[in-house]
Design a binder for this molecule. Structure first.
Ligand SMILES: [Mg+2]
Length: 268
C-alpha cells in the first residue's frame, strides 16, 4: 500500500460536510465501545468523556438525528448520557441498545418488538459453557449471553468451539466482537435495521464504528451512494471485513472525539 489508509480528521470532516450541505435532513450515528469509548480490559468500566457527551448533545441542535447504536444494554448507555441533560430535560440523542432491541425511540420500539432471549435458552447456553475456565467473563444480557476473553486470549479456540456447539444446537447465532463472542436469538435485528429506519428521516447519514457488529450498519449506509458515509475506527484488532466496507478510517477514539468537536464547530 502506497499510503497509510488512515484519514485525517480534516479529510473526514469535509466529506461529512459535503454530504450534509446537499441534504435537507442529516444524521450523525456512532457505535459506543471502541468508537466513542476506548476499549479497556474491564468492559463494565468503559467511559465516554463528559465533554464529548456534551458535544453530542449540542449537535442535536444542528443535526436532525444524533444517535448511538451499541451491543450494550440500554440501561448502561443511559448511564453514560442521561446524567448530562439536566433533571427535567428529555434525551435528544436517540439511543439504541442490544443492536436496536432496546431503545428510547418509541416509534422504532413499536416497529421492532423483540422479546429478548428466554431464561430457559440462557440456562441451556450457560450449561454448555460450564467446561470453560473461570477466567472467561460471562455476561448475561436481556437478549443473550456474552463471553469475554480479552483477559485470556489463549482460550479463544475453546470459546469459539463452545459457541459453535451452541449455534448448532439451539436457535441462536453467534456475533463475533473484539475478544468477545455473543450468543443471541437467531432472529435478532442488527445495526443495519436501525440505519434503514434512520434513513426514513434523514437523507445524509454518517456512521462511525469499529467492530464486526458495525458491518451491517456500513452496508446500509453504503447503499446510499453519495449521501451515506461509513467511517471505521482503526485498531490492531480491526476486522478485515470492516476495513473493506468503510469509506474512511479514523486513527482512534480520540480522533472520533476530535471529529465530533470539529463538526459541532463547523455547524455552529
Ligand atoms: Mg464497537
Amino acid at each position: 500500500m502506497d499510503r497509510s489508509p488512515i484519514s485525517s480528521v480534516k479529510e473526514v470532516l469535509s466529506a461529512i460536510m459535503a454530504r450534509y450541505e446537499n441534504s435537507s435532513a442529516n444524521a450523525f450515528v456512532c457505535d459506543f465501545d471502541g468508537t466513542l469509548a476506548p476499549i479497556i480490559n474491564d468492559p463494565t468500566q468503559s467511559k465516554i468523556p463528559q465533554h464529548i457527551v456534551e458535544s453530542l448533545l449540542l449537535l442535536t441542535q444542528k443535526i436532525e438525528i444524533v444517535a448511538v447504536i451499541s451491543g450494550r444494554e440500554l440501561e448502561f448507555l443511559n448511564q453514560a448520557f442521561v446524567p448530562h441533560i439536566g433533571r427535567h430535560g428529555e434525551m435528544p440523542i436517540k439511543i439504541f441498545g442490544l443492536y436496536g432491541s432496546q431503545t428510547n425511540d418509541d416509534n422504532f420500539a413499536g416497529l421492532h418488538r423483540t422479546s429478548g432471549m428466554t431464561a430457559e435458552l440462557k440456562k441451556a447456553i450457560l450449561q454448555c459453557s460450564t467446561s470453560l475456565p473461570e477466567k472467561i467473563y460471562i455476561e448475561v444480557k436481556d437478549n443473550g449471553v456474552v463471553f469475554h476473553y480479552r483477559n485470556s486470549p489463549d482460550l479463544e479456540t475453546e470459546v469459539l468451539a463452545m459457541a459453535e456447539e451452541v449455534t448448532n444446537t439451539f436457535p441462536v447465532r453467534a456475533l463475533q466482537g473484539k475478544k468477545v463472542i455473543e450468543l443471541v436469538p437467531a432472529d435478532q435485528i442488527d445495526k443495519g435495521d436501525v440505519i434503514d429506519y434512520i434513513g426514513n428521516y434523514a437523507d445524509a447519514i454518517c456512521y462511525i464504528g469499529d467492530d464486526y457488529g458495525d458491518i451491517a450498519a456500513f452496508e446500509s449506509v453504503n447503499k446510499r451512494a453519495r449521501s451515506g458515509l461509513s467511517i471505521g475506527v482503526f485498531s490492531e484488532e480491526m476486522p478485515i471485513e470492516l476495513y473493506q466496507k468503510c469509506q474512511f478510517i479514523l486513527e482512534s477514539t480520540q480522533a472520533v472525539h476530535q471529529l465530533t468537536q470539529e463538526l459541532l464547530f463547523a455547524l455552529s
